[in-house]
Each structure stands twice: as C-alpha cells, then as structure tokens.
Write a protein that binds this ligand. Structure first.
Ligand code: M6R
Length: 606
C-alpha cells in the first residue's frame, strides 16, 4: 500500500512531486523517492523515512526534469531502507509500484539468466528489468502489453524511460490508479485524492488497462494493447480542512470534531420536518432484501459488528458480518436477495475492494458506507451511503468510526420502519434522541484530565483487556485496537462473558482492565464478570453511563460516567473515553500518534 504520483509537464516537476508525496503519506511512510528524466538521464533520489528526509538529504534544485515519478512506501518485500525505496531503475527504465508481484522469484531467475543484476530485495525490481528486456525486442506499447502479461499479482505502476523522455506509462491490475488533466501537464496518481490539489478532472483506469501520459495528451489501452476511450470525471469541490489547527495531532483534532461528524450525518439523512429518515435513490424495493452481510477491515469491521447488534435489535432481517480478507477467499454462497454492505473510511482498502469486486462479479446487490466518495469502493458499489465526516488524516480511525456507526444506525432505523418492525412513536422518539447526540458527545469529550491521569497505568502494564457485552462488545474491540495501534501495548478486546473460557488466566495483580458496563440489559451480567476479574487482582476502569441506579464502586480502581441516553446510542458515548485513553497513552510515550509504526492510513495491499 504505497502512494504513486507522476507528472508530465512543460516545467520542472520535482517540487510538485514532493508536495504531492507529502499528501500521499497516508498510504505509507517508511521510505520515499522520486525520479526524473533530464538531459538523456534518469536521476533518482531515495531515502529511508518520511518525505521530509528526502528534502533534507537532497537539494531538489539539482533534480531537474519535466517528467517525473514519485513514491511513498509501505514495505512488503524487503526492509524499509533507501535501497528498497522506490523508484527502482535500470539504465533505461524507472518504476514506482503499489502492490505485490507474486511470481517475482521465478521472473528474477529468468532475468538473472539474461544478465540482469538486482540491487534491492523488492519484488518491484523485476518489473524494471522485464520492461528493459522487452523494450530490446519491440516498441513501447507492445513491450508494456507483454510485460503486464508476464506479471502475476496486483499492481499500480508509474514508469519513465531514459530513451523515451517525453512520457509516463501508468498501468493497473488490482491496485487503483487515476489520471488527472491540467493545463500543459497531466498527472498519474494512486487515487484521485493524490491529484485533488492539482486538478478536478480525472479518469480512473480499469483493471488490466495501461496509459501513456504526455504533457498534452493521454492515451488509454486495454489488456491486449488496443486503444480505448475513457470517461473524464469531475471531482467534487468540497472544501476540506487538511491542517491540524491548534491541535498537536490530527487525531486529537479528529476526536474533538466528532460532535460535528454526527451533526453532518444527521443533516444529511434526517428530515426534521417530517420526523423521518431520507435515503434517496435507494435502488431496490425493500421486499427484495431478505438478508444483509456487512464487510470491512479493522475499525470498519467493528462498525459492521456494531451494526449487527442494532440490526438484530431493531429488525428481523438475517444479518451476517465478515472480515474482508477472510470473505474474499472463502467459498461464499451468493443469494440474489442479500444486500452486501461494504464499510470503509478510505474506500481504497484492498481486501474490502476485492470482496466488493467478487460480489459485483456475482451480480449481487452492493452498497458501501464510505468517507471518500471518489474512492474505488464508492465508485464500484451499486449504492453509496456517505458518512461526510471530512478528511480523516490520523492513521487511527476515530471520527470515521462514529460516522460509520451513525450512518449504519440511521439506515437500520429506516429499514426497520419500512419493514414495519418499529412503531411510528418509537421511530420518531429514536430520531429525536439521535438529534441530542452531538451535545452528549460534547459533554463526554470533557472527560479529559481524568483520562490523561489514568493513561499511564496502561503504558506501564504488560498488557490490558477491554471487556463488554452486547452493544458494548464491538466498542471493547475498538478500544483495544486503538490502544495497541497507538501505544504499542498489548490490549485485547473480549466479550465479558467469555473470559472464564480461557482469557481469565491472563489476569494478574495490577493488570488494567477496562469494563464497559452501561446500564442496559447486559449491565448486571457484565458487572458479575467485572467482579470475577477484580477477584483475580485486576485494576478495573469501569465505564458506564450516569443514571439514577445505584453506582457500584467497591473495589473499582476508576469509574468514568458518560451521559445518559437511549440504550441504542450509548456505544457512541462509550467510544470517546477509549479514543482518548489511546491518544494520551501514546502521547506520554512520545510516539508518533498520527503515523504509528508499521501502519498506513489506507491499506491498499492484501
Ligand atoms: O479505510 P478503511 O476504513 O477501509 O480502513 C480499514 C482499516 O485499515 C482501518 O480501520 C484500521 O484498522 C485503522 N487504522 C484502525 O484505527
């Protein structure tokens, strides 16, 4: 999951490539590089670490050239260092790549026998030498067509040539790739987001296609090397904020933005006048949908699990959920009356996209819940439910999670009403409750100092557990994921009732355990499970909601009380302290909160 940029212009391109690479760091940030063609030479600079280090280590003024490609890497083959950083070049060809070449070992053997030497440990380098080899025997278009046929796996490629110095080749199989159009220059980007600062006119390559980009012309070809015409799309001019404002980190800003996330979601879908929910242009009759399967990865998967609980509570429809990387390789039984819902903030997650693609190929009904509406997943779904929460830059998903569960909840309420599974009064009451949510979240965000104080205990421990039952279980999983991804401390989310079947053995004196026990139908059961861990020495942080009921405080280390609201909405509030707990733990450790080690914002490899 790397980021690619290419520019073919009538002026020097290196500074613009560097700026675009900075925007692309959400796709990978362990190394970066760029190459230009100038005066009959390929000039290449690469560095381990962030794009900043490229700027520090090289004088960009020396990197002239009106044609160039750049790359930010998230390592798959070979450790993150400057040798394995892209571009990879031969004497004539330079390549940037996102994806994985599955037959790189056999191709490498073949190329070594032909006399090619390899410098890096990457799979990408075989592409460079394969094109170089194929160019010895035929012209550019045929050499590219032949090379792509020899590659197995997934790729988005940007390629420049010393001997054909006026163009860039882009090619796609599996990994997304877009072309952008500007005045006297044209662009290649791993997604439209990468191009947005330069143009709002883009074309998306389809699987198997390649393109030739000159400063004043772009040509597209299919797998057989035959020219094809492609549509130009206009990107939305939606104003978005990509800076941290007065916050230290994007994550802190994004946590605090959540009341607005909910407000925009409500504004988008709730009809205040008629006390109803609008899902415009839904392409199917409600009777056509007999079951629903929700699919996602990471936090988005937790949203799917959350939705399953709401579906079961508010409708009688059959619901299943799946992790995209599992779904895509399983033998699935497709049924015409199933609606497949794909949840993804970026809309570019490779596993989620692959699962969607399988459903589309089987003519299933597909719907996506996404943040980035120009993304591949949004474009290729039959129907889109946008979450409209604005750009989420921090690798740890926060406001997108709340946005996803809000849109799913709204959709479920509407479905329940259309299926006559909820009475009118209840339906209106739930819509009214929803409108109070932004204010309740604002109040919950005020639990700041106490969470800061608690957070060191989690850093100092060997590990921690997050427990919940029912509606709180997906939130426990999400809380544990946030803590481990940001503060590199082992954290496990578990259904509280399952502890006695094994994990209870992990509990020892002083181990911090978060217990999510709002006063809902599961309350008493969860409290019993909490007592079981306390009895074994756990230091319990109880997160519950304010209410008239008796507050249990005996033997509890710390308690946080979120606001009170209808039970359906408590998961929104329970999430906030857990996001803050992860944030402050990482802050105390001095870790890179917006870019945790080994991760990327958009996971575009399988
Ligand atoms: O863009 P997506 O929502 O498809 O991303 C899915 C996961 O990669 C993502 O939620 C990941 O788990 C987050 N880093 C968690 O904070």
């Amino acid at each position: 999951m790397c980021g690619i940029i290419g520019i073919s212009s009538n002026k020097s391109v290196s500074a613009t490539i560097i700026n675009s690479l900075k925007k692309l760091e959400y796709r990978g940030y362990d190394s970066a590089g760029l190459a230009t063609v100038h005066n009959g030479m390929i000039n290449e600079i690469k560095s381990e670490g962030r794009v900043d280090s490229l700027e520090k280590n090289f004088d960009l003024k020396n990197l002239e050239g009106n044609i160039g490609i750049g790359h930010v890497r998230w390592a798959t083959h070979g450790v993150p260092n400057s040798i394995n950083a892209h571009p990879h070049s031969s004497h004539n060809v330079s390549v940037v790549h996102n994806g994985i070449i599955e037959n790189s070992t056999s191709l490498k053997k073949f190329l070594v026998n032909k006399g090619h030497t390899f410098k890096s440990q990457t799979d990408t380098e075989v592409i460079v030498h394969l094109i170089t080899e194929n160019l010895k025997i035929t012209d550019l278009e045929e050499a590219i067509t032949n090379t792509l046929k020899q590659l197995q796996g997934s790729f988005a490629l940007g390629i420049i040539f010393k001997d054909i110095p006026n163009l860039i080749v882009g090619a796609r199989r599996g990994s997304p790739l877009a072309v952008g159009y500007g005045p006297n220059e044209n662009y290649l980007g791993s997604d439209s987001y990468a191009l947005k600062s330069m143009t709002n006119k883009v074309t998306y390559l389809d699987d198997g296609e390649f393109c030739i980009i000159k400063k004043d012309q772009v040509l597209f070809f299919n797998e057989q090397g035959i020219k094809v015409n492609k549509k130009i799309f206009e990107l939305s001019s939606e104003e978005s904020s990509y800076d941290k404002g007065h916050y230290k980190h994007f994550m802190a800003k994004e946590i605090e933005e959540q009341p607005n996330t909910i407000k925009s979601g409500i504004k988008e879908y709730v009809d205040n006048f008629n006390k109803d929910i609008n899902i415009f242009n839904f392409p199917w009759k409600i009777e056509e949908i007999k079951s629903i399967i929700l699919i996602g990865c990471g936090t988005a998967y937790h949203s799917c699990l959350m939705a399953k609980y709401w579906f079961e509570e508010l409708t009688n429809i059959d619901v299943g959920i799946d992790i995209a990387s599992e779904f895509r390789y399983r033998k699935n039984r497709f049924k015409k009356d199933t609606l497949y819902i794909f949840v993804s903030q970026s809309g570019e997650t490779a596993d989620t996209y692959a699962a969607l693609d399988i459903c589309n190929k089987n003519n299933m009904k597909t719907c996506s819940v996404v943040n980035v509406i120009e993304s591949s997943i949004a474009r290729d779904s039959n129907f889109v439910l946008p979450i409209h929460c604005g750009p989420e830059i921090g690798v740890a998903s926060t406001k997108a999670f709340l946005g996803q569960i809000l849109v799913l909840y709204i959709f479920i309420l509407k479905l329940s009403s259309l299926r006559n599974e909820i009475n009118k009064n209840q339906y209106h009451k739930k819509i009214n409750d929803l409108k109070t949510l932004p204010e309740l979240i604002e109040k919950t965000l005020l639990h700041d100092n106490e969470i800061q104080a608690i957070s060191s205990t989690f850093n100092e421990a060997k590990g921690s557990m997050f427990l919940g039952r029912g509606f709180s279980y997906p939130i426990a999983l999400e809380g544990a994921l946030k803590l481990k991804e940001l503060s590199y401390v082992h954290a496990e989310g578990y259904p509280a009732g399952e502890m006695k079947h094994g994990p209870l053995a992990l509990i020892e004196k002083g181990m911090p355990v978060v217990v999510l026990a709002p006063k809902d139908n599961y309350y008493k059961k969860t409290i019993s499970n909490m007592q079981e861990v306390i009895a074994r020495g756990a230091k319990v942080l109880l997160i519950t909601n304010k209410s008239e009921d008796e507050v249990i405080s005996e033997n509890i280390w710390e308690t946080i009380e979120v606001e009170n609201t209808n039970h359906d909405l408590l998961p929104f509030l329970l999430t906030i302290p857990l996001q803050k707990l992860a944030y402050y733990s990482a802050l105390k450790k001095g870790y890179d909160i917006d870019k945790p080690r080994n991760l990327a914002k958009s996971v575009t490899v399988e």
